[in-house]
Unconditional design. Sequence first.
Length: 182
Amino acid sequence: MTEKDTRKNLLLLVDDDEVFLGVLGKAMRNREFDVISAAGIGDAVSQAKKLMPAMAVVDLKLDGESGLDLIPLLIEINPDMNIVVLTGYSSIATAVTAIKRGATDYLSKPVTASDVIKALSGELPAKDVLEDFHPMSVERLEWEHIQKVLKENDGNISATARSLGMYRRTLQRKLAKKPVAE
């Protein structure tokens, strides 16, 4: 196998969830992909510059970063790179943004390795992606946003309440409830 052939099968996986990264990486290796992994944008750019992968699977939400910001950086390194964005937080707005920035496809978790392969090869018809699209309810979006702001404030409820423009006690009541199902 030549170096060029190896690069054709070289897949960069970018996700901050180590367990998911390991499971997807193993599944892709079992399907004869050469897999490299990265947990964040800096690591992904470094790996891509060194090894020039032909494909990438990028999680939308990385720890404190957005996978959307990584797409143009990867395209700059390799303009022919096929990039699939994975997310557990699907929305039409982020799907459109991902495609506009250069992603080949956008998939909502949970996905199978076969789904990822089809998306990377362009075999997954756009209608299938749209048929599987289930936007979150307003209540779930609110819950997710509160959790994000709470994390940004290192768990400080008073600071989070100020950031959200609500009373601390109201925020505490919302946090005491169980998360709304998607």
